[in-house]
Ligand binder design. Sequence first.
Ligand code: C5P
Length: 207
Amino acid sequence: MARKKMKILVSAGPTREYIDPIRFISNPSSGKMGYLIAEYAKKIGHDVILVSGPTHLKPLEGVKLLKVETAKQMQNEILKNFPKVDILIMAAAVSDWKPYRKFKTKIKRKKQWLLKLVPNPDILKSVSKIKKENQKIVGFALETDNILKNAKKKLKEKKLDLIIGNTPNFFGEGKKSDVFFIFNDGKVLKFKIKKEELPPKIFEAIF
Ligand code: C5P
């Protein structure tokens, strides 16, 4: 059966939050999950926009790539593009904090100093405020403990249609691990799958 062609916005990769012109705080996200989702969405015939933090991955053919570094830049691109899409899949590992200011020049070596961090904007929370009835939002929750409880809390707080709960076992490729799909009507599905097997499951779940 032919599916309706949709516009899909996907985020991927880490963000970088600069301390000075040279140093930043970040995380080891490879961006692979978001790129796999974007690639699959394109393959099944959708229009795809990929907002990507810094990764070593090759741009995907036929996918519009918007490169960003900081969470603020990612938020700007997502908020700008969200109104024209049907679905947002937020697979980026957004840094929860950023340095309270970016120093203009390279900070000189010193024995000890305190770096003050302030929270970054929650991109999904800001998107949920402009969400229309016919749009869907999918988020991820990487949890080290109480996966279902924590993921359900995030689903509610960020007003998502679906949250995909996983654990650090999901890092890397080629390894099967437990993945939970938690829907906003309370339904929960559990899979033991590899990262590469996830994109078709997401599209089956949201259509
Ligand atoms: O970091 P956290 O576990 O809250 O991430 C859950 C979901 O929220 C993910 O889909 C992530 O991309 C998104 N997120 C966000 N803005 C942040 C932090 C996370 O949109 N500042």
